[in-house]
Design a protein around this ligand. Structure first.
Ligand code: ATR
Length: 274
């Protein structure tokens, strides 16, 4: 019997998840399907009833449903609760379990592109304090990064986030970058500003140590202004596309029973759509 999976969102037409999962299904010769389904917010409860009927093995959840599906799941992974968002659903025995694989995507991307990145990493700077920043903080905490500084335009939002997540996190305004940069081995931009081709004013990347890794979770454009500036200064950079690809791995493994690989060919295929 064909194993079925999905991604729900509203709108959903631009999701790259179908390409990723269909590539893996074909690669492994699995009798499975992965479809993009447009579900409006008001239709979510009905969609969950459909899920409990066992039609699907599970699926992904994207904007704007990542928070709303919480209340509809029968159980939710504790880390997804900390992150405040569910992006992966697994259906078993008529129950829907929600988890969040974005933090694993972040870790998988850096592990693949910058092996050893978290060894001896004592201090990191996270730019932004929105929903995406939560997943990054959970990821960094899982690797035991000693001190993570959250820098945000609105300092109060950074403080609220840091207060929500246990760990060695400190909240700052963006103007603290100059003081903190010399001690930082990693800079992660979790805001969407790179999507609009803009950059933070006044971040002097020259103040970072010469081997500090700079990464952005935005993948369109692939090289955001922050990454371009970092590369121009000779710093190592990792773009955000790998995070999208790696976050898809645990879902595929749960639904279809095979752990797929993030290959250069898959990456090229998605890159061609950007
Ligand atoms: P997401 O949930 O996808 O992370 P979000 O909740 O809208 O998105 O969070 C956006 C983050 O980017 C916030 O930290 C926001 O800063 P504020 O808390 O001050 O709003 C930050 N951000 C967005 N646009 C920005 C800009 N032009 N300059 C600086 N920070 C910006």
């Amino acid at each position: 019997m064909t194993i079925k999976a999905f991604v729900i969102g509203h709108p959903i037409a631009h999701s790259r998840s179908p390409i990723i999962h269909r590539t893996w299904l074909a690669e492994h010769g699995i009798d499975g399907s992965y479809s993009a389904i447009d579900v409006a917010p008001a239709e979510l409860p009905d969609f969950f009833d459909r899920l409990r009927s066992g039609e699907f093995a599970g699926g992904n959840v994207t904007i704007p449903h990542k928070e709303a599906v919480f209340a509809l799941c029968d159980s939710v992974d504790p880390l997804a609760t900390t992150i405040g968002a569910v992006n992966t659903l697994v259906v078993a025995g008529g129950k829907v379990h929600g988890s969040n694989t974005d933090y694993l995507g972040f870790l998988g991307n850096l592990d693949a592109k910058a092996p050893g990145w978290s060894d001896d990493l004592h201090e990191a700077i996270v730019l932004g304090a929105g929903g995406a920043a939560r997943a990054i903080l959970v990821a960094l905490r899982s690797r035991g990064v000693g001190k993570v500084h959250v820098l945000n335009r609105t300092r109060a939002n950074a403080e609220a986030l840091v207060g929500d997540i246990e760990g060695l996190f400190a909240a700052h305004g963006l103007d603290s970058f100059a003081d903190l940069a010399p001690g930082a081995g990693l800079v992660v931009n979790t805001t969407s500003i790179g999507m609009h081709g803009t950059r933070f004013d006044g971040l002097d990347l020259n103040l970072l140590p010469e081997n500090a890794l700079v990464t952005d979770i935005v993948y369109a454009p692939l090289i955001t202004p922050l990454l371009a500036d970092a590369a121009a200064r000779g710093l190592p950079i990792v773009d955000g596309l790998g995070m999208l690809l790696h976050q898809a791995v645990p879902g595929f493994a749960a639904w279809f029973g095979i752990r797929p690989q993030v290959t250069p060919a898959l990456r090229a295929r998605i890159e061609a759509t950007l």
